[in-house]
Each structure stands twice: as structure tokens, then as C-alpha cells.
Design a protein around this ligand. Sequence first.
Ligand SMILES: *Cc1c(COP(=O)(O)O)cnc(C)c1O
Length: 356
Amino acid sequence: MSHMFIPGPVDVAPEVMQAMTKPMIPHRSKEFNELFRHTEARLKKVFYTESRVFQPPATGSGMQEASIRNLVQKDMLSCVNGAFGERWYSVAIGNGKQADRLEATWGNIHTPDMLAEALKAKHYEAVTIVHNETSTGVENPLKELATVVHEVSPDTLILVDAVSSLGGVKIETDAWGIDFILTSSQKCFALPPGMSFAAVSDRALKKAESVDNRGWYFDLLLFEKHRIKNSTAMTPAIALINGLDAQLDRILAEGLENRFARHLAMAERVRAWGLEHDMPNLAPLEYCSKTVSTLQNKPGIDIPALNQFLKTRGMCIANGYGDLKNKTFRIAHMGETQMSDIDTLLEAFDDFLQKK
Ligand SMILES: *Cc1c(COP(=O)(O)O)cnc(C)c1O
């Protein structure tokens, strides 16, 4: 049963927790190489890619940094319509890149037209897009945005943060021509925090060869040099990889399409409940996130008091992010959360509202 309806970390299945208690093995060993090969082979399925998926010991933000350091020499475009687009922009500036912002108001999407216009006005080496803005519950139209980049500026690399959607929503990395796409372990993958996964295209790796100051820890060429030997440059997060190994079995046993359908059904359930209670999603209807619902707190519910109440039943939700705190709140429905968990949560929510 799921207890935490927050957008990461999420509850981890008991058998996955169990897998992480296995004894350590040397990371320079055939046994580890086989584990690494096997996890990568299945990660490729979840990412819909034939190229490669790295699995380094760093959270998603680390991979945001890796993408900037490796794939941008100077000019890039940052799509910002929420807290995580803002973070990626800060990462770019912090690494000395010339990042222009393409803004949409929080709660709205980036439209393909907006992006086309920006790409026509100036040439960029790369554009960063957050697929699922966890702060606002908006799902940007990634496939359409990628199409526009390919049409208007074919050599611009497409970098995607799918931290709160990949594994819960179908994202066709190769078919959509995405060059770099990152996610974290503690969201739709339902693992503990501490590792990330990133698929990288051949042309992105080629580009990295010409970029100065890639650093060492996040050097994708160093990642690749070791990956082809089913290994890593630094000590891998062995316990987490054991958890990943077990969780990938569970994910593929459920079936990816079934998993995506489950996430969508939970999102629709929460959306309908919100509408009944005068708490519509912040996002426009057709761009509501499938993994986290950001609902407008029109009735002015005391969110901390709500969470105090939910705690007595072993549950919690997330308040709004930043300026959206108390004006909105968020119910995550990702990872291993089932419809029955959502029913239990919404029942408790209704009980709270009746008590007032
Ligand atoms: C959670 C989140 C991040 C940050 O990931 P960490 O693993 O905490 O570094 C980045 N982007 C999005 C969209 C997120 O939801």
C-alpha cells in the first residue's frame, strides 16, 4: 500500500527493499559487469532507445549538470515554465553558459510555435525542456516540441528532464529524436533516491568531444568508455543497482503499456475528484500531468492541517511549490501507487473536509 502521495521520494516495494540488502560485491568483477549489462538492457526498453542508458550514482539534478557541461559550449535555450526548468537554467548559468530563457507562465505549456520562433531568431547548440513540470502539474507537449526543433534547427540538441514522468508515461526517445533524457530513481521508478538514469544519443556524444571543460565526474565520454565494458569509472551505487534490478523485473512484468495506463487512470480519477470539489487542476485540461496532479485550492483548505490529519492515517500529500504553496497542493500518483491507494487517500480527504 502506498502512503506517500508526494512527487518523490515515493514508496518502494518490500521485495525491492529486500533486494538492496544483498551482500556487496566488488565492482571490478564479472558478477557486477553482468548485473550492469542486465539493468542497462532493460533500462533501454523503458527509455525506448537502442543507444545507451547511463546509471550513475547522482540524483537527477546531477544529470542536468552533466548535460550542460558535456553538450553546450556556449549558446543554449532554456524552456522555463516552472521550478525545475528554472533549476536547469540556474545550472546552465552556474556552469558559465550563455543561456537564453524561453518563458511560459507557471501552469501553462511551451507551445511549438513559441519554440519555433525562438529557434528562428537565434541559433542554439541545445535546448532544454522539462517534460513534466512537477511544480505545476503540467505536461509539456514533448513530441511536438521535438518535431519543431528538428524542423527549424536540425543541429540543435534536444535535452529533456523527464524526472517525474519517465517510467510512468510513454516517451519514445529514439523515435522522437531526443538527444539526452534524464530521470531520477525516486520518482516513477519507485526506488530510493541516490541514482539517476540518462539516455544519450550518438550525436550528443559526438558533440561532447568538442566541448571544453566537461570535468571528470560527469564526463559522458568517460561514462561511455566504461559503459561499453559494462562498468563505471567511479564506484557504482551497488545496493541501488540491486534494487533497480529487482524493480525492472516488476516494471516489465506489469508491462509498460499497463503501467502507463495505470498512471493515466489515477490522474483522471484525481482530476474528476478535484472538479467535484471545486479544485480544478492548475494545468489546462489537455496538458495535465499523468503522474502528479497540482490542484487549485479554491476552497482555501488549510493544507498543513490536512496533512496533520492524513498523518493519523499514515498518509501525506505535497503542498504547492514555492509561490504556489497553499494556493495549490499536489497529489502524486506515480511509481507503485495503485488506484485503491488513491481511493483510500481521497476518502480520507473527504473525511477531513466533512469534519471542518
Ligand atoms: C524531482 C525533480 C528534479 C530533481 O531531481 P533530484 O533527483 O532531486 O535531483 C528535477 N526535475 C524534475 C522535473 C523533478 O520532478
